[in-house]
Ligand binder design. Structure first.
Ligand code: KG4
Ligand code: ZN
Length: 343
């Protein structure tokens, strides 16, 4: 027989950046529907996300996305126990659309409301794919806006061990992709091009932050790639794009893996997870898995659909927040700079 907790059904909403998403999640790990309306084609025209356009598109899309999430799950609002929404971090105007929608639904339906940290959502995506995963584990969160190395002590207890001092990992992928003419969003395109390239073709630097062994820096690497391209252009030499992508990706993924593995070793934690858009990078997955295999550690990563922004991961994080007693009210607001673990 199922317990009440296993049956707890959450309608989750995510609108922090350029995907309007809604999902129905049961018992924290069972995804009954997962609808994502991507704005990527529109932002591609501008070479990146335009915040005001993102907000307007969320506004247009959100009701239809929620309706589809309910329909796909074979449910009506009556079957929903909790309304969850991303409250930050992200683009403030984009977040406000989801937060306002969730508040209106919770009010009209008289259901509990739970605001969720987007980064905690990315981490929770691993629970959907790996039903057996439990804290403690070390999680590397790598997305377009964040590069965080986190010790997940418990479902609701996060210790930030390291972070980027400049660009996020995904942002670096996007900038390099743009510089070599691969377009936006760059990560998946660099990943694909790199498969045909040689990781040793070009020696790019590995960024180190002095006295902060678990922090990341990618601005030196980005400059090195741009300098390489400028020099080649000045000399009218052609660039081998697959080699450049493979060598660049090798530098990024090595920096990410070394710190994550060192952190797990130092903390004596044998479970390592990755999360966020960049965690669908094939080289990062392969490298992290190989390093974990060498040490007898377990390596976890979400299915690609749960790596990039989605609402199912918000539903999963909301489940643990709800069990922990979180109940938001009409004062819930968007917080574009919400830090990890802030309650
Ligand atoms: O988590 P996400 O969807 O949105 C944010 O919260 O930022 O992450 C998007 C980022 C983008 O920078 C995108 O280029 C990157 O994830 N990304 C990848 C790959 N797929 C997405 N980066 C490297 N390799 C990939 N396969
Ligand atoms: Zn994200």
């Amino acid at each position: 027989m199922m317990t009440e907790q296993e049956n707890l059904t959450i309608l989750a909403i995510e609108s922090s950046c350029d995907e309007t998403a809604a999902a129905v999640v049961r018992g924290g790990r069972n995804v009954l529907s997962n609808v994502i309306s991507s704005q990527i084609d529109i932002h591609t025209v501008y070479g990146g996300v335009v915040p005001e356009i993102a907000s307007r598109l969320h506004c247009e899309q959100i009701n239809g996305v929620i309706r589809k999430a309910l329909r796909d799950a074979g449910m009506s609002f009556d079957d929903i126990d909790v309304i969850a929404v991303t409250k930050g971090p992200g683009l403030v105007g984009a977040l406000l659309v989801g937060v306002s929608e969730a508040k209106a639904l919770a009010y009209a339906l008289n259901k509990p409301l739970v605001g969720v940290n987007h980064i905690e959502g990315h981490i929770a995506a691993n629970y959907i794919t790996h039903k057996e995963l439990k804290p403690p584990y070390v999680c590397l969160v790598v997305s377009g806006g964040h590069t965080h190395l986190v010790a997940v002590r418990d479902y609701r207890s996060f210790e930030l061990i390291g972070m980027t001092h400049d660009d996020a990992a995904g942002e670096t992928f996007d900038k390099v992709a743009r510089a070599v003419g691969l377009g936006y969003p760059g990560g998946p395109k660099v990943d694909k091009a790199a498969r045909e390239g040689n990781i040793h073709a070009i020696e790019f630097p590995r960024g180190e932050v002095r006295d902060h062994p678990y922090d990341f820096t990618f601005s030196g690497l980005k400059s090195a790639v741009l300098n390489y391209i400028n020099l080649a252009n000045m000399k009218k030499e052609s660039i081998n794009v697959p080699d450049l992508c493979a060598s660049f990706q090798e530098s990024v993924t090595e920096s990410l893996c070394v710190r994550t593995i060192n952190c797990a070793k130092e903390l004596g934690i044998k479970n390592v997870a990755i999360a966020g858009g960049v965690s669908s990078n094939s080289a990062l997955r392969a490298k992290m898995q190989a390093e974990c295999d060498k040490l007898g550690f377990n390596c976890y990563y979400p299915e690609p659909i749960f790596c990039t922004d989605n609402a199912a991961m918000i539903g999963s994080a909301a489940y643990y927040a709800y069990l922990d007693g979180v109940r938001d009210d009409e004062s819930l607001n968007a917080d574009p700079n919400l830090a990890l673990g802030v309650r």
